[in-house]
Design a protein around this ligand. Sequence first.
Ligand code: MG
Length: 398
Amino acid sequence: MTERTTLAATLTGPDRPGITHALMDAAAGLGTEVLDLEQVVLRGQVTIALLLGSLPDDLGRLTDRLAGTCARLGYRLTIEEGSGDNPTRLRRVVVTLLGRPLRATHLAAVGRVIAEHGGNIDRIRRLSRTPMTTLEFVVSNADVDDLRPALAVAAAEVGFDVSVSPAGLARQGRRLVVMDVDSTLIQDEVIELLAAHAGREAEVRAVTEAAMRGELDFAASLHERVACLAGLPATIFDEVVASVRLTPGARTLVATLRDLGFAMGLVSGGFLEVVGPLAAELGIGYVHANQLEVRDGVLTGRVQGPVVDRAAKAATLRAFAEAEGLPLSRTVAIGDGANDLDMLAAAGLGIAFNAKPAVRASADTALSLPHLDAVLYLLGFSREEVEDAAAARAASGA
Ligand SMILES: [Mg+2]
């Protein structure tokens, strides 16, 4: 069977209302079928690509009409007669690329890796311009498990952030987003804020840093640090909750995820006494964290119950997902420390956020820019959509 004749038309000119109407009006009434229509607008210039089938016997009449319309509008037109439709593209993945600034060198590296793995870039769109430039590529003929590590290597070498996710249904619909707290949702390490009140901040910070680099057993280091807090009054928690600084973009991320109906959870090797009120204030439904033992209104320097360590964080992600009735493929985990690694690996998408090098190297995705709302771009939402949602919330007084 010979493939049917089709006509590909490309138009370029200043973007203004009524272009689609004028173009379709030119093609209308001749029995032509629209097989595809795509457009992109760049700096006020629109490029429209149109693929027509069921062409009329008098093809000249159709092309004359298209040419006449373009001449009237002042548009450049290219017409090419050929055969067939766009090929069906399968095994699609989404590659999200972030940079501040995003350079041609970064894109050259991404393009090279995709081509080396036999992938074809079908579609590109910009998701954000500030504070970082984000581009989203839909790539066909590609596998997440091949592209992810190869692009991660290129990203680390060349210096940009990249994320690879399966395209399609897995990207649509409701998800569960679970976040670490210290140095992820907030800029502080809560135990250091507590230790500052006990006058032992430097001592505690040194142990925290070694633990987050994965050099110390988390539970042992936690006990060591908590012991420094013995004797602090329990009223200290209110002061610490008030002094916590959210990470830039945290409120936008949480509010947007809430608008989307996503489930959210916090899991922390820090303390429920601080994480609990924070979750309540932000409207985050799930919380799991360590608890400090208090006796007669004073911290004993001991942790109550089992320690929330690396394994417990991953188990918590699973428990939250089960409670929400969502498969792990629909979970997103965000964290910065070595104790987040199992949780990041278990999640459908694990994001190392401003992470220590060891964490960055083993996560699916690393974000090195300090804006938590960039997670929304990895989920496929554009800055314009996020800003529209914020404006709608402000208008409704939410
Ligand atoms: Mg952390």
